[in-house]
Design a protein around this ligand. Structure first.
Ligand code: IMP
Length: 191
């Protein structure tokens, strides 16, 4: 029988994508285990929030689990918005308002370098492991492109002259922070 492992997400598309790379495991999402409550993300680091989510599932539902957390870290803003990326402009989690606030706060800065960083915390066989994925780039002066989500229209990855929102999902997934973190996790689990 395959080992059951929970991916602490409500996004079934993400689950299917990762399941395809983990043939020896049966991946379950939060809905599959009956976890319908919103898991608190109250830590002040990406590592802390990823671990909070994985620990919540392990403690209440008993499954080994992994959870991810992502932030956009802007060098000249002391790595803000970082762990607060989703709520940068308020609890509404409004992507346009978040981007507008970031563009305003960067308007007088010459260094526009930034990176997306994803951290995955895995609780497996009583131990905690962390995996990280980073994509470096810069913040554009205005929004470009319609695809993607979050800060994609204002983030241009290093080596490209288009924003994440001007790439296809396949192009973005080849180089993205999340893909890199997931690949590190998969390499570990498939060892
Ligand atoms: P989460 O941890 O995946 O929920 O990401 C937290 C926040 O970071 C999101 O609400 C977005 O604002 C931002 N974010 C995460 N991943 C991406 C991405 O791939 N592109 C643009 N924004 C992202």
């Amino acid at each position: 029988m395959k080992k059951k492992l929970v991916f602490a997400t409500n996004n079934r598309n993400k689950l299917i994508e990762v399941q395809a790379m983990l043939p020896d495991y049966e991946l379950l999402c939060l809905e599959d285990i009956g976890c319908t409550e919103e898991i608190p993300e109250t830590a002040d680091t990406l590592e802390g929030n990823a671990l909070l989510k994985a620990t919540y599932v392990k403690d209440r539902f008993g499954f080994d689990c992994f959870a991810d957390d992502t932030g956009l870290e802007v060098t000249s803003l002391n790595n803000e918005p970082g762990v607060y990326s989703a709520r940068y402009a308020g609890e509404g989690k409004d992507s346009n308002a978040n981007m507008d606030k970031l563009l305003t706060n960067l308007s007088s800065e010459s260094d526009r370098s930034a990176r997306f960083r994803t951290v995955i915390a895995l609780i497996s066989n009583g131990k905690t492991h962390y995996f990280e994925g980073i994509v470096n780039g810069e913040i554009l002066h205005s929004k470009q492109g319609n695809d993607g989500f979050g800060y994609d229209p204002i983030f241009q990855p290093e080596g490209f002259n288009v924003s994440f929102a001007e790439m296809t999902l396949q192009e973005k997934n080849k180089i993205s922070h999340r893909a890199r973190a997931v690949n590190a996790l998969i390499n570990y689990l498939n060892k």
